[in-house]
Ligand binder design. Structure first.
Ligand code: SAM
Ligand code: SF4
Length: 371
């Protein structure tokens, strides 16, 4: 698919003609990744964050937000729920929180890998290469890091650098790949100042990066953020602005499926937030093959408010579990089994070229349980 065709579909508004895009994406999904919908249990382990992203309710400038960080036993208890419900993966997500100390967390990962059959996906922001390496050595399988937008000016504008160090998520994705992680990335759709041209380039970049997982969702304004309050403005011609609509999100998901046929693509919570009745199902029928039920303890859910009115805020993990099973079966799909790696992905262990590093890993695996 060339850029003209991507642009044509992004600009198409006619529901009848869009049916052809939905059908195309659904056919590619069925042929390449089949009818299974993989369930990844999401555990939001900390809402501390050092960053000041202009869009996100967890930004450190949001001072009214009560912060939490789960301890090892709390995390392991949620992991136990993932096992109980038969999920193949846990996704451990947080703000960029350096209170999640690298060695301590490596021990948590090696416990999960030692005590369960689960794949472990991390989504902890732009951590040091050493941290990413130590977690990979401890057994983490995948890492999610959205590049948010391929437009460098818009990115700098919405995602300020930290202590003068430029944020380069594309370089980090390459590091993660070299370390043997399956890599996931994606963008928000309809960011203020996002043009159609840049969204076309985002979709092309999904293909160039050869992503194993692609997560996209509508940008949702949070009133406690400068973008959400309209204080940070980037003026572009009105006709160039991408809308943050449900329909635009389906288009990007469908195009992502066509450009990256084998990728794992979630039908995201942001989509379920803009259409509570049918958002998840329509996502699954327009290219997606993954859903991420929330396993975060109820006492922390409301504090992980990246945008307001997030879907599934009040549902217990057991409710989410049965609701999602029902929704998946109702559209003629089946719940996936196993870890749900990207088809054809060949996981490799890191070679340990130096004795020193071997020693480091041994110490790590013997690390005493902190709690
Ligand atoms: N801190 C990690 C990071 O930034 O990669 C992981 C957690 S962060 C909350 C996960 C994703 O939430 C971000 O990559 C961003 O795309 C999305 N997000 C944040 N604020 C959002 C908003 N207001 N609307 C929609 N998505 C948002
Ligand atoms: Fe922090 Fe991630 Fe939110 Fe940015 S998007 S403020 S890094 S949690």
């Amino acid at each position: 698919m060339d850029r003209e065709e991507i642009l044509y579909w992004l600009r198409e508004e006619d529901e009848k003609r869009l049916e052809a895009l939905w059908e195309w994406a659904n056919t590619v999904r069925k042929e390449e990744v089949g009818d299974e919908v993989h369930l990844r249990g999401l555990i939001e382990i900390s809402n501390h964050c050092v960053r000041q992203c202009g869009y996100c309710g967890l930004r450190c400038g949001h001072q009214n937000l009560e912060r939490y960080r789960m301890d090892e036993e709390e995390i392991l208890s949620c992991v136990g729920d993932a096992v109980k419900y038969g999920y193949g993966t846990v996704v451990l997500q947080s703000g960029e929180d350096y209170g999640i100390e690298a060695e301590w967390f490596a021990n948590v990962i090696s416990r999960i890998k030692g005590e369960t059959q689960l794949a472990v996906t991390l989504s902890l922001g732009e951590r040091l290469d050493e941290d990413l390496e130590i977690w990979r050595r401890a057994g983490a399988d995948r890492y999610l890091l959205r590049f948010e937008t391929s437009d460098p000016d818009l990115y700098r504008f919405i995602h300020p650098s930290l202590s003068g160090k430029p944020s380069d998520r594309l370089a980090l994705l390459q590091t993660l790949k070299k370390l043997g992680y399956e890599i996931g990335s994606g963008v928000m759709i309809g960011l203020p100042g996002q043009t159609y041209k840049s969204l076309v380039e985002d979709i092309e970049l999904f293909g160039k990066l050869d992503l194993d997982m692609i997560g996209v969702g509508p940008y949702l304004a949070h009133p406690a953020t400068p973008l959400g309050r309209g204080e940070w403005k980037r003026t572009i011609p009105e006709e160039d602005q991408v809308p943050n609509t449900e329909q635009m999100t389906y288009k990007v998901m469908a195009l992502a499926r066509i450009v990256c046929p084998e990728a794992n693509i979630p039908s995201t919570t942001a989509l379920a937030t803009v259409n509570r009745e049918q958002g998840r199902e329509l996502g699954l029928m327009r290219g997606a093959n993954v859903v991420m039920p929330n396993l975060t303890p109820m006492s922390y859910r409301a504090k992980y408010e990246i945008y307001p009115e997030k879907a599934c805020m009040r549902e217990l993990p057991s409710d989410c579990h049965s609701c999602l099973h029902h929704r998946i079966q109702a559209i003629g799909r089946k719940v996936g089994t196993g870890q749900g790696h990207r088809i054809g992905h060949q996981p490799f262990s890191l070679s340990l070229p130096f004795d020193r590093e071997r020693e480091k890993t041994k110490n790590l695996l013997n690390h005493e349980r902190r709690y």
